[in-house]
Write a protein that binds this ligand. Structure first.
Ligand code: AMP
Length: 585
């Protein structure tokens, strides 16, 4: 029997008070009209909606960003300050001759310069791609080369550790703007000092005409095969960022919001940067890594009222026990949401023990650009369910029926692929340079998400699993192919197969199976060497945590590694259909 968590008594009237009424009343046109558009009808630009329109209005002096440094330093930016800083950055780009449409990559921890660079580059109408700072050199190189980045904003230490050695392989990279940590910023060859450039830049900038369909953001995501995919989003996505903040995260003007995601992943951009700012509220940015005690302190001291986090973090907090939370008081906290992986029913309920509030799961992915399915404050929660589609979003469970068609499964509780009807503004507009791969994501009017789900009789959606072999670890999608390719670079490796191994905290951890070339002996020293090698190439977030040596990898007759079988064997599960298996593997 499904447990139902009754909606808690609301501390403020929810924006979405009645789900059915909101569905009936909603239109994307009306949502678009809740934004300003560029002055003089010059189009729609994310940075104008996020920063300039507030800086020019009654919220100019309102706190936009509070950045908490690892070292305890706090840097505050009002909307007016943010407008100045982002304009300076846009002028820095313009002064260097960087044109609209060029790609600006940002590789940094959660420091204010990252936020300023992203918004400033959007003002100059560049396409922005924030990269996760825990990536190693290989994932950085792959993404940079795919995206043809001409500008990189990064910190001195990240540059020295991860990028300097790649420079020769990045011929398209014209400008490296360094956030220096030393007293001699001019000392790093091949780079420019961002602080000096910013100091000398004009604080006024007029955003040029921006077509709502102009490219704005490039987020890399992983598939089962091939290189990472560059999902392209346009300025119009801001309509969805804005309205989902209101409806799914229930932003109210006095909210203090904390999204714990890193902007290197889509959540940290759509909701860690854009959505709270378009809604004119205060956003907390924490540079520090996860630490339960620090997080409780931030929630309490910063008087966070809306908190958006991830299941892995919740599970890590659960390990410490609810008593740890109860040592603090959170009188302002009124809404908690989570995304990125299935949220265990126990985690929903643990929220009530620790904070007096259930945790609201919601679902979306890089390609959808914004929240698509959610549990709303005014709706009862069925723990374990992702909730119901946003107004304006039509979701269905479907079965593929031929090449370009699907059959919608109308009967409840039947498993199928989760699909979304085209037409929401933050839908990705392409995979960079991969038209065919993009086309294959659609069947007629439906975008196929690659996730398996069910819908129950009340219209709640339930996540069942991924339809492919992509790994989810600590909320991050990891492509097994990228990990296998890195391992194959090691002189001892002839073949590698990589799976996600279930983990009680991280959901999955990366496990690799490796076959060795003749002349190499499988032993502990080689295993350690391989683990270290992969970590150096890929970075800690992506590298395998475990490596097993095998004589052969199971393969299909056409030579594809059967990761599904590796996983079944690892977990002692039935091997399923092995008719495709090449003999002897
Ligand atoms: P990403 O594109 O990296 O944001 O990853 C998106 C994928 O994460 C989805 O396609 C799902 O497989 C998974 N995911 C996101 N949110 C949820 C959720 N609430 N429940 C289950 N899986 C989720």
């Amino acid at each position: 029997m499904t447990i139902i968590v009754k909606k808690p008594a609301a501390k403020v009237a929810p924006n979405l008070a009645d789900y059915s009424a909101a569905l009936a009343a909603f239109s994307w046109d009306a949502a678009r009209r809740s934004l300003d558009g560029l002055p003089g009808g010059a189009g729609l630009n994310i940075a104008h909606e996020a920063v300039d329109r507030h800086a020019q209005g009654p919220r100019a002096a309102h706190l936009a960003l509070r950045c908490l440094g690892k070292n305890g330093m706090v840097r505050d930016f009002t909307y007016r300050n943010l407008a100045v800083e982002t304009s300076r950055f846009a002028n820095v780009l313009a002064g260097l001759g960087v044109q609209p449409g060029e790609r600006v990559f940002v590789l940094a921890g959660r420091i204010p310069e990252l936020y300023i660079a992203v918004l400033g580059a959007l003002k100059q109408r560049c396409v922005v791609s924030p990269l996760f700072s825990a990536f190693g050199p290989e994932p950085i190189h792959t993404r940079f080369a795919l995206g043809s980045g001409s500008v990189l904003v990064t910190s001195e230490s990240l540059y020295q550790r991860k990028v300097a050695g790649l420079r020769e392989r990045l011929p398209q990279l014209k400008h490296v703007l360094l956030v220096s940590e030393s007293s001699n910023p001019a000392g790093v060859p091949g780079t420019l000092d961002l602080v000096t450039l910013m100091r000398d830049a004009n604080p006024d900038f007029t955003i040029g005409p921006t077509d709502p369909e102009d490219r704005a953001l490039l987020h890399f995501t992983s598939g089962t095969t091939g290189k990472p995919k560059g999902a392209v989003h346009v300025h119009q996505a801001v309509v969805a960022h804005h309205i989902t903040g209101r409806l799914a995260l229930d932003f109210h003007p006095d909210d203090v919001f904390w999204c714990t995601a890193d902007p290197g992943w889509v959540t940290g951009t759509s909701y860690g940067i854009i959505s709270p700012l378009t809604n004119g509220i205060t956003s907390i940015v924490d540079e520090g890594d996860f630490d339960a005690e620090r997080w409780y302190r931030i929630l309490a001291e910063q008087k966070v009222s809306v908190w958006y986090t991830a299941p892995t973090a919740v599970r890590m907090m659960m390990k410490g026990g609810a008593e740890l939370a109860r040592r603090h008081a959170f009188p302002q906290l009124r809404f908690i949401a989570s995304v990125g992986e299935p949220l265990n029913p126990q985690a929903v309920l643990w929220g009530r023990d620790a904070f007096g509030l259930p945790i609201h799961d919601n679902w979306w992915q890089t390609e959808t650009g914004g929240i698509m399915i959610a549990n709303y404050p005014a709706m009862d929660i069925k723990p374990g369910s992702m909730g119901k589609p946003l107004p304006g979003v039509e979701a269905a469970v479907v079965k593929r029926a031929g090449d370009n068609a699907v059959e919608v499964i109308t009967a409840p509780n039947i498993e199928g692929e989760l699909a979304l009807k085209r037409g929401w503004p933050s839908m990705f507009r392409g995979y960079l340079n991969e038209d065919e791969r993009y086309r294959k994501c659609f069947a007629g009017e439906w975008y196929l998400t690659g996730d398996l789900a069910k819908r129950d009789t009340d219209g709640y959606f339930w996540f069942v699993g991924r339809a492919d072999d992509v790994i989810k670890s600590s909320g991050h999608l990891i492509g097994p192919f990228e990990v296998e390719s890195a391992l194959m670079e090691h002189p001892a490796v002839s073949e590698a197969g990589v799976i996600g191994k279930p983990d009680p905290v991280q959901l999955e951890t990366v496990k690799a199976f490796v076959a060795l070339k003749p002349g190499f002996e499988a032993n502990e020293a080689l295993r350690r060497d391989l683990l270290g090698f992969a970590r150096k190439q890929l970075g800690a977030a992506v590298a395998p945590k475990e490596i097993d040596f095998v004589a052969n990898l199971p393969k299909t007759r056409s030579g594809k590694i059967m990761r599904r079988l590796l996983k079944a064997r690892e977990l002692g599960l039935p091997e399923g259909d092995t008719s495709m298996l090449e003999s002897g593997t």
